[in-house]
Design a binder for this molecule. Structure first.
Ligand SMILES: [Zn+2]
Length: 723
């Protein structure tokens, strides 16, 4: 597509002129290639932002005939350790027996594979043979040109009626590897092939002629071998397993006391006798995930199995009852486990995602995957997993900053849809082509106008900024330190996810040890933002500051979540450009991290008074909206804002501790609880400072943005009230 060339040429010239270490000659954009990269980067971000969490399971290990068999807990898992410990205790105190409540054995079929199309071939070769999609398709084409295989680019996964299954099998009947199997199959009569769709293009991929052992070598031999075995398997009998399920119940626990033991044994191997690589098959028997291949000892319905507990985690296990002489017993214990992050995308998973999202066709999927590797956006690592490079991450995240549709699969699949409509005669080709060209021309223009936003990411990644930036407060998603980039514009940057968090300008941002944002699931470490002279200091959450929900001017939030998302992106872009001069509390008064410090309304502005988070020794309250500072009297040792609130006024109470000898009370009391708006003792002793930062800043323009806060120095309304 021409679209790709225009984008690629432009961004290559732009970024190569600026950075020396990009490791790729061409910075390509492609309507398919870029979403392909996007999938790999999204998985990378998922991994980086994953928070492992501990969970607990009850585990019933049943010992019979010298074997220990682990039965799975019907409740799955619990994130509450106490709850599981309580269940264990209840169980052990209840008698304690596990009762066999059901024994079911039945035959289950594992279906023969459906005929092979291109996408299935690419996935199978990647998974079972470790051959990448590009190499697979090239090899298959060579095999086709030499007459060994049928045409390898096809979407069809059903043999057409005219296809000669008998003849194709007969060709393979004297092969030393599978000949005897095929002769047996021909004697019994081949099975009908299963499922699949005939797309009417080319038939599924099948062998066209036999080879002698050693006639082919290398990848050609391996791909040929896989195709032949798959073909034979597709017309073989299903595999049959005898599957056994035994349910146990610990009655005291009700529905939380159900455990299940499963196992399966082969009855007849069917197609599995010829298919060597079962691991590439995606369809499993229904509900088969945790069914191990193993034989289970016999259990009788109603059988009672004495419970013991030797798990150290439950502490004292005095209620153990071992019935002497029994060979059957079960150990009930608790196992702690951790949730694990996803792994990098495998080639095979990527192919499935592309297929599902309509990115590329059977003919081009392998090329797109090859290209993102050739450009050094993605590297192929062990286990055929695709790991994005720094450049790949920056590119994908950069497109997100400018226009998410450039990297999300939707635009591309919309166009594929319209092409299908042309094919069906529902739309005119000229109109669709014109529409697509207009769409991308607009996108291109906006891309050119906004490339500086992408440049922000490039500059953070590829200049030396990464080394210069200081580690600064922890990210709540990755639990790693962010880099502080002074700017202008000032910003925090997560080098693992390439995310930029713009900070307010107009003040000083400092670290604040340890405190974490109180917004649910935010977990970002708070920093401090100081403005004005004298300074007022406020807590600042880097994430919430960039969240439209906590934006200072969020009065007219759109309701539609996609609009909100857009708006948020818009805001972030303004902030990256350094336009957010903030001379007040950077978070709204309702933000939990501000609310928990609120001790009074501010009678002179629509803000509130919070305890300055710098704390002592010069204790003061500051207004969130106006340059007003309430200096507390000398002699105060400590002020603690309590969780407790005055419900009528909606403000938190403070505990005030005076130094010995400095009590304002006749009885010399040193410690008391104060509700500031009603505390005449304290109010009579404070000094209130009215600054004029706001007037100066907006009125005179000053030295522009990014300046070091206050220039007010006692002008305007300053010092109107002293004592
Ligand atoms: Zn937050």
């Amino acid at each position: 597509m021409k679209v790709g060339i225009a984008f690629s040429r432009y961004q290559t010239r732009y970024f190569q002129g600026r950075y020396g270490d990009l490791n790729s000659a061409v910075l390509s954009y492609g309507p398919c290639q870029t979403p392909t990269l996007g999938f790999c980067v999204q998985r990378y971000i998922d991994i980086q932002t994953f928070k492992p969490e501990p969970y607990w399971v009850l585990e019933l290990a049943v010992m019979k005939r010298g074997r220990s068999l682990r039965a799975l807990w019907g409740s799955g898992r619990s994130f509450n350790k106490n709850k599981v410990e309580k269940l264990l205790l209840e169980a052990l105190e209840s008698g304690p027996f596990a009762k066999v409540t059901s024994v079911v054995a039945k035959d289950k079929k594992q279906g023969r594979p459906i005929p092979l199309n291109t996408v299935a071939l690419l996935k199978a070769c990647s998974k079972a043979l470790g051959i990448g999609p590009h190499a697979t398709l090239q090899t298959a084409e060579r095999l086709y040109l030499s007459g060994y295989l049928s045409y390898p680019r096809t979407e069809s996964s059903a043999y057409p009626k005219s296809f000669d299954i008998y003849g194709t099998l007969q060709q393979q009947s004297s092969d030393v590897r599978w000949g005897s199997y095929v002769r047996e199959l021909l004697r019994e009569g081949p099975n009908k092939s299963r499922g699949g769709i005939d797309m009417g293009d080319h038939p599924p991929i099948t062998p066209c002629r036999a080879t002698r052992a050693g006639e082919l070598s290398g990848d050609m031999a391996r791909v040929y071998d896989l195709v032949v075995r798959h073909f034979i398997a597709s017309v073989s009998q299903d595999a049959v397993w005898r599957s056994t399920q035994i349910d146990f119940a610990i009655e005291a626990l009700g529905e939380k006391g159900v455990f299940t033991l499963r196992g399966k044994e082969p009855v007849s191997p069917g197609f599995l006798a010829v298919l060597l690589h079962t691991e590439y098959g995606e369809e499993n028997i229904e509900g088969d995930e945790d069914e191990e291949e193993r034989a289970l000892p016999a259990f009788a319905y109603g059988e009672l199995i004495p419970l013991t507990n030797t798990s150290p985690s439950s502490g004292d296990s005095s209620k153990v009852s071992v019935v002497p002489g029994t060979t059957v017993r079960a150990n009930l214990g608790i196992k702690e486990k951790m949730t694990t992050p996803p792994t990098y995308l495998t080639e095979s998973e990527l192919i499935s995602l592309m297929e599902k999202n309509g990115i590329g066709t059977d003919a081009s999927i392998s090329t797109h995957i090859e290209n993102v590797q050739k450009r050094n956006y993605v590297a192929l690592e062990s286990g055929r997993r695709l790991v994005p490079s720094k450049l790949g991450i920056v590119l994908a995240q950069g497109y997100h900053q400018i226009d998410s549709s450039l990297v999300l699969p939707r635009v591309r699949s919309d166009i594929e849809d319209e092409c299908n409509k042309i094919a069906k005669g529902l739309l005119s080709k000229d109109i669709v082509v014109q529409k697509a060209i207009d769409l991308f021309r607009n996108k291109f223009d906006s891309f050119v106008n906004n490339i500086s936003k992408m440049d922000v990411l490039f500059s953070t990644s590829f200049s030396k900024l990464e080394d210069v930036g200081k580690p600064f407060t922890r990210c709540g998603l990755t639990r790693r330190y962010l880099q502080f980039i002074e700017g202008p514009p000032p910003r925090l940057y997560n080098k693992w996810t390439e995310t930029v968090y713009p900070l307010p300008s107009g003040g000083i941002v400092k670290q604040w040890t340890g405190r974490v944002c109180s917004v649910e699931n935010c977990n970002f470490e708070l920093c401090l933002f100081s403005v004005g002279n004298p300074q007022r200091t406020f807590p600042l959450c880097p994430r919430c500051f960039n969240d439209s929900k906590w934006s200072l001017d969020a009065d007219e939030l759109p309701q539609d979540p996609t609009d909100t998302e857009d708006e948020q992106k818009e805001k972030q872009i303004t902030s990256i450009a350094g336009k957010r001069l903030v001379l007040e509390c950077p978070l709204p008064d309702e933000h939990p991290s501000i609310e928990e410090l609120t001790v009074s309304t501010d009678p002179e502005s629509d803000g509130v008074l919070i305890l300055d988070p710098h704390m002592g020794p010069k204790w003061r309250l500051v207004s969130t909206r106006d340059p007003i500072i309430v200096y507390m009297p000398k002699g105060i040792e400590k002020i603690t804002v309590l969780n407790k609130k005055d419900e009528a006024l909606g403000v938190h109470l403070m505990q005030v501790d005076f130094k010995a000898g400095d009590s304002p009370f006749p009885d010399g009391e040193l410690k008391y609880t104060s509700c500031f708006p009603e505390d005449e003792v304290l109010k009579a002793r404070v000094r209130i400072y009215h600054g004029s930062d706001r007037l100066t800043a907006s009125g005179r323009g000053g030295r522009g943005r990014g300046g070091r806060g206050g220039r007010a120095r006692g002008r305007g309304r300053s010092g109107r009230i002293r004592r």
